[in-house]
Design a protein around this ligand. Structure first.
Ligand SMILES: [Zn+2]
Length: 287
């Protein structure tokens, strides 16, 4: 072998070695649940947190726990705008109809809500309206009807905290509504399965769903629902009180335990792919 052929062979072997190293490191990190990036579909940064935790600090805490992108809605929207201004590549704003704590069961009777939402929609960009609480009895109120219409008009998702019956009533008003169902409605596995099979534009976040999985065990029927609808679920910490900001790592430990007990392809979808594909891509489209 002449000197050129030898040099060529060595550099070829080097390239193969580096390529193998690259593949190996990629597959190790892809399989390592602790390093999955997390898309969080349920963050609030409400008025009683602003003084205690500055926007940069709030984002730092989420990133330290592994969150790489977050849907944020706040009471009032000022909190969301502060976080968004601090890191527009991290925050995806969602417009909440609440301006302060304690209005979750009365907001649909407040005539000032719609002008407030219209004013915000004219000024800022959002991916959804929510998270709002609604019971089946309240879906037909003029305020809720107008919220559903505003989402349609602005091509926004709805982030809805309700049971399955209220979701059905929203789809009666707008069969093309795109709904992120907070906490999967706290419904049992068969009802969630039925809803997701029936409505293709229904996604769900799993915040506060420790009743579906704990200590390495899935509860009654949940594993098959998670796998069957793996392209519809997202994670969420739901920082609904100042106290909850102190529990981020504990919630994340449960989330990672859940992911660890799912097949790899379902776990990566639920961890971040669904959020990127459904929510982040949608927000980009709105630019
Ligand atoms: Zn919430």
């Amino acid at each position: 072998m002449n000197v050129y052929a030898k040099a060529a062979m060595i550099s070829c072997m080097k390239a193969i070695f580096l390529f193998c190293l690259f593949i190996l490191s990629f597959s190790i990190s892809a399989n390592d649940i602790e390093s999955y990036p997390i898309f969080d579909a349920h963050i609030h940064y409400s008025h009683d947190v602003w003084e205690a935790i500055a926007p940069e600090d709030a984002i730092r805490r989420l990133k330290a726990a592994g969150v790489t992108r977050a849907m944020v809605s706040s009471s009032s929207d000022e909190g969301t705008q502060r976080l968004y201004a601090a890191d527009p590549d991290f925050v995806i704003p969602v417009l909440r109809p609440y301006r302060k704590r304690g209005t979750l069961d009365s907001w649909m009777y407040d005539d000032t809500v719609i002008p407030y939402l219209k004013e915000r929609l004219a000024r800022y960009r959002y991916v959804a309206i929510g998270e709002f609480h609604v019971s089946p009895e309240d879906v037909a109120t003029p305020v809720v009807r107008q919220v559903i219409q505003l989402a349609k008009q602005y091509d926004l998702m709805l982030h809805v905290h309700s049971d399955a019956d209220a979701i059905e009533l929203i789809y009666q008003q707008d069969p093309n509504a795109k709904i992120l169902w907070a906490h999967a409605g706290f419904e049992f596995a068969p009802r969630v399965d039925q809803m997701m099979s029936k409505y293709k534009n229904l996604w769900a976040d799993l915040s506060f769903r420790r009743d579906t999985f704990g200590n390495g065990q899935f509860i009654s029927g949940w594993k098959s629902v998670y796998i069957k609808h793996a392209d519809r679920f997202m994670l969420g910490i739901d920082t609904y009180t100042p106290q909850r900001w102190l529990q981020i790592n504990e919630v994340m430990a449960w989330q990672r335990d859940l992911l660890r007990n799912l097949p790899h392809d379902a776990a990566v979808k639920i961890a971040y792919q669904n959020g990127q594909r459904v929510v982040a891509a949608r927000f980009k489209r709105h630019k």
